[in-house]
Design a protein around this ligand. Structure first.
Ligand SMILES: Nc1ncnc2c1ncn2[C@@H]1O[C@H](COP(=O)(O)OP(=O)(O)O)[C@@H](O)[C@H]1O
Ligand SMILES: [Mg+2]
Length: 255
């Protein structure tokens, strides 16, 4: 059965005069991958911050696993946050720690696992993500793609139910970006988390998505497949398709 895991109901978010989210409704489904696309400055990162409770909505409800987080107190919100893993643009690795120690950190800080258990769990993830033999290196010694893989390995240590990615391939060339997305897909299949990916990598990323949401002028437009996007008759979406997908996407679709 497909169950909702995150629900936006009539959510409004403004900054001064600017209405970033204009009474939006959207459902994210458990175990599925949703890609959020849209031009720069449309509110994609704000959407993720609202989900994490790092920003407050002006009005409306945001339910995570059935509970409205917009009305939660700090303590309860922290419990909800424990179900999330995040990977943002910078990977946010600690420069003074080795690859191993970066990945081990959440386990050391947040679990009662002993050294041996931590070692086992960290090394198995490093092997799985092709980072074996690099565990003693420091972030400055890694390529961009490796940093992203270390970031993902670390984010998964506490077995999050939901992973949020904010433009996770920033700074990578197209081939490396594709590798990272393939890794996300494999990791998601193995761990079964719900995945929400904000991405500019259109149309590549669409192959991984169960649902694609385009954020435009304060509204969410939700689609079940890339074909549905191309078939849209909403002028703004047609415009978006032409600008971002264009011939590349159309020729891919014909293959
Ligand atoms: N803390 C903030 N204070 C004021 N304005 C903000 C803040 N965060 C975001 N905004 C504005 O909200 C809009 C959406 O931002 P953002 O979600 O970061 O866009 P993007 O879709 O590129 O991720 C932008 O116009 C941005 O300037
Ligand atoms: Mg952003």
């Amino acid at each position: 059965m497909i169950r909702p895991i995150i629900e936006f109901r009539d959510v409004v978010k403004t900054f001064g005069e600017q209405r970033v989210l204009d009474s939006v409704n959207l459902t994210f489904f458990e175990g599925k991958t949703t890609v959020i696309a849209g031009a720069s400055g449309q509110g994609k990162s704000v959407t993720l911050k609202l989900i994490l409770g790092l920003m407050q909505a002006d009005s409306g409800k945001i339910r995570v696993a059935g509970k409205d987080i917009t009305r939660m107190r700090a303590k309860e919100l922290n419990r909800v946050r424990a179900d999330f893993g995040v990977l943002f643009q910078s990977s946010a690795l600690l420069d003074s720690l080795s690859v191993f120690d970066n990945v081990a950190l959440p386990l050391e800080e947040r679990t009662a696992l002993n050294k041996e258990q931590i070692n086992q769990r960290v090394m198995s993830t490093l092997v799985q993500f092709g980072l074996e033999g690099h565990e003693h290196k420091y972030p400055a010694q890694l390529s961009g793609g490796m940093k992203k893989r270390v970031g993902l390995a670390r984010a998964l240590q506490l077995r999050p139910k939901i992973m949020l990615f904010d433009e996770p391939t920033t700074g990578l060339d197209p081939e490396k970006s594709m590798e990272i997305y393939q890794l996300f897909l494999r990791a998601q299949q193995e761990y079964g988390y719900t995945s929400i990916i904000v991405s500019h990598d259109i149309p590549k990323i669409f192959n991984l998505a169960d649902q694609v949401v385009i954020l435009h002028k304060g509204k969410f437009f939700s689609f079940d497949s890339p074909d549905d996007i191309q078939a849209s008759e909403v002028p703004e979406i047609i415009n978006f398709v032409e600008k971002t997908m264009g011939r590349v996407y159309k020729s891919m679709g014909l293959e």
